[in-house]
Design a protein around this ligand. Structure first.
Ligand SMILES: Cc1cc2nc3c(=O)[nH]c(=O)nc-3n(C[C@H](O)[C@H](O)[C@H](O)COP(=O)(O)OP(=O)(O)OC[C@H]3O[C@@H](n4cnc5c(N)ncnc54)[C@H](O)[C@@H]3O)c2cc1C
Length: 448
């Protein structure tokens, strides 16, 4: 495979382990003939043109933190890594906008914004490793998506390379644009199957002056979900509404910074933000709404305590994983009035398959990480955990929800899309893919 006609030799490497997998688990290792690291949009275009001329599949790869197998090269060919496309092309803090290349990490975008008193709100959990291009390709969410929306909400324009190797710009630094079909939104969340995102124009907002979490602890899921409903009915708009169920607290509660009180079996984490007065007023209202029926309400105000709370919340996934060494953590989303059923039926599904089960996640968006644990040394238990995930996808559809609220279809949920969209929706989806990528070489085997 001679790619040296389009890239310098040092930008082409032999495929190595980590470039053939992502963080989905399930031991899936792809295969590739080469991994390439272009340094410019022109080089990305040259690689795709070469692939199109030689009928070679191409799998784009950001930080490799995806949880759906989206960056795994399941059909061979070339893996294209974006880490050398890592320039901030322009930052206009006074105009609340940034133009960055796809390989800049999520954390760097957030840091740069924060240094100028601004905020890039999307906060997916693996921000130090994930890239803004990967976030856009998955339309990633996170706890604060409840108030601020998912990644796509913050993208005003994209530069992308589309088959057979052309550079296209849709949108830009303009904040509104309704010309033509919304091609930008088609590329957002397309998981590398329609085009290679090389750069993005991002919208920012002034950072809130104050962030005040309010945490309620309850005897059971019923009381906790009722508290979430009271928060919504109160008219306050929290920045985040998260929940962690009893099993999650058993595994992660030991390091909760304020101590889980006896009998606390379901936790609701909310946050008020805004200017100081606004945040304090909203926090008081959240306290009222969460307080009814609560065993305890915690309202940290010191910035170090607030940081400790969110660090703990982000680390919960690792505490869970540590229990048995393996965990399949999915990301179904359901209408808010079906949260109770997700909390209850996740446990029932686990019981049916004989695997430990729990749920936690972005409750305000109905986006729950139902999780099934297994020991990697026990292939049968792993198979049962995987079967439990399939029952969970079925449950999401029965409840009027989606099989994925933020991780994407990737390779993991192949076959689920048709069930969710139905034959007509699925056919439209297929024709959009065909219009962008007639040879089917961009990230084959994904999002189908
Ligand atoms: C601990 C942990 C916590 C997480 N928390 C969250 C969370 O709260 N919310 C959430 O939404 N996700 C979360 N994730 C999942 C993951 O971090 C996100 O999906 C993230 O957006 C993936 O970005 P990445 O750069 O790592 O992409 P990758 O994993 O490399 O790729 C993901 C997909 O995007 C495609 N892709 C990557 N870059 C490009 C590009 N430039 N152009 C076109 N296609 C591209 C790939 O082909 C693949 O299909 C979490 C993951 C971990 C490990």
């Amino acid at each position: 495979m001679d790619l040296t006609s389009v890239l310098p030799a040092e930008a082409i490497v032999e495929p190595q382990g980590r470039y053939l997998a992502d963080l989905m688990g399930r031991g899936v290792q792809g295969r590739a003939e080469a991994v390439v690291f272009p340094s410019s949009t022109d080089e990305v275009a040259a690689v795709l043109r070469w692939c199109y001329e030689h009928d070679v599949p191409l799998t784009p790869r950001g930080g490799g933190t995806g949880l759906a197998g989206g960056a795994i090269p399941v059909e061979g060919g070339i893996v294209l890594g974006f880490e050398r496309l890592n320039r901030v092309r322009q930052f206009d803090p006074l105009l609340w906008r940034m133009h960055v290349e796809a390989g800049v990490t999520t954390a760097d975008v957030k840091r740069l914004a924060r240094e100028s008193g601004l905020r890039f709100p999307p906060d997916p959990g693996a921000a130090e490793m994930s890239q803004v291009g990967g976030n856009i390709a998955c339309n990633a969410g996170g706890p604060h998506a409840f108030k601020y929306g998912v990644t796509g909400h913050w993208v005003t324009g994209l530069e992308a390379v589309v088959p057979p190797g052309e550079i296209v710009r849709v949108g830009g630094s303009v904040r509104k644009d309704v010309a033509g079909y919304d091609l930008k939104s088609l590329l957002v969340g397309s998981e590398g199957t329609l085009g290679l995102i090389t750069a993005a124009w991002l919208r920012l907002v002034p950072a809130p002056e104050l962030e005040l979490p309010v945490v309620g602890l309850y005897a059971d899921a019923e009381a906790g979900v009722s508290a979430i409903e009271r928060v919504l009915a109160s008219g306050v708009v929290p920045a985040a509404i998260e929940y962690l169920d009893a099993v999650t607290l058993t595994f992660a509660g030991g390091s909760y910074p304020f101590g889980v009180p006896a009998g606390g079996s379901f936790m609701v984490v909310t946050e008020a933000d805004g200017d100081a007065d606004e945040a304090r007023r909203a926090a008081a209202e959240l306290h009222d709404a969460l307080g009814e029926d609560a065993i305890a309400v915690h309202s940290p105000t010191e910035p170090s305590d607030v940081d400790a709370l969110w660090r703990w919340r982000a680390g919960a996934a690792f505490a869970i994983l540590a229990q048995r060494g393996g965990a399949f953590s999915e990301d179904i989303a359901v209408p808010l009035d079906r949260l109770r059923e997700v909390a209850r039926e996740t446990l029932e599904i686990g019981e049916r398959h004989g695997v430990p089960a729990l749920s936690f996640g972005h409750a305000g968006d109905g986006n729950i990480h139902s999780t099934f644990l297994f020991s990697p040394d026990d292939p049968d238990e792993e198979r049962r955990a995987d079967a439990a995930c399939h029952d969970l996808f079925e449950l999401a559809l029965q409840l009027g929800g989606t099989v994925t609220g933020e991780h994407g279809i990737g390779w993991l949920k192949r076959g689920q899309l048709e069930r969710q969209l139905g034959p007509t929706g699925h056919e439209l989806h297929r024709r959009i893919k065909q219009a962008f990528d007639p040879k089917g070489l961009l990230n084959p085997g994904k999002k189908s």
